[in-house]
Design a protein around this ligand. Sequence first.
Ligand SMILES: [Zn+2]
Length: 385
Amino acid sequence: MSAFRFELQGTAGAARAGTFHTPHGPVETPAFMPVGTLGTVKGITAAELRDLGASMILANTYHLYLRPGHELVRELGGLHEFMRWPGPILTDSGGFQVFSLSGIREIRDDGVEFQSHIDGSRHLFTPESVMEIQRALGADVVMAFDECPPGGASRAQAEEANERTLRWLERCRARFEALELETPAEGVERPRQSLFPIVQGNVFEDLRQAHARQIRTMGDWDGYGIGGLSVGEAKPDTYRALEVLDGELPRDRPRYLMGVGYPEDLLEAVSRGCDLFDCVAPTRNGRRGSAWTLDQGQVNFKAARYARDRLPLDPGCDCLACTTVDRAYIRHLIVADERLAERLVSIHNLRFLTRLAGTARARVLDGSFPEWARDWLERYRKAGV
Ligand SMILES: [Zn+2]
């Protein structure tokens, strides 16, 4: 039996509850994956991630390739051993970063040439090199190298990106399979990995549909990434793309909606059939003192009105921050620019999403998902006004 297996345990409309089995343990879905860009979820230890309910985490190929370098990570035992995270890990392909973050880049048919954001040095990512880097990092799930066109891309751009992504997927798979057959160096454990393709197509429903079909024709994948959404398009466009894909992607494989993880977006996507999510917002907002709360929406606790507020950040939350300190203290830490503020608010935000995903799962399993999701979204949206 494959080391990667998805059990679908319940559905409610398009929403799903399942378990994704990996060599480093199971992931109960829907699940939010905290982003450990450089092999660290900023400011949060591996033990704290476990405590706040994270089961699978994500790391960035682009960043780890530049620093400390994938060969060094391999030498130190791979990413799990390096960062002492025993659970499942997913690495992205670096595609999104080289397309969106790096300044000067050139897209060619063989790959993408880009400049390091650290020292300006020039590098080339190809489908093959990205598979080699992700092999060295040793994550459970590795993502195909894709072209992610920007939000607002034209239909012609989206079509061209779809075609290139397919050609690159073929090359990714060929290199991935060749690497699987290689005998690892003595003393190095052979990583067990799964390659996920990425469905592109921007907001064009027929292109999404066609791309999903073409990718499925190429093989029986363990799971599917959905890329190129939440890049500035209108929300109804995101939802329509997901609704189209729900009918195209196999029901018995996990679907990973890349880069999506604001609370309401996560829940809207769960109700349209997505299972796995990641987003840097919990820690990025945490660093700015901005926390998600069920009754007030997203709140920046730096405001003076919280100076004497003895309530927890979010009164219903069971996280380390909410069960130990109050808003008045956190507000003081934010104003004084104390690092503990970032940590506490980040922990809360991460917990907010793992709880939301976990509750969605429980509600799918007990049959109450549609009403619960509707009420939750109504309450959260009203709060945010
Ligand atoms: Zn909390």
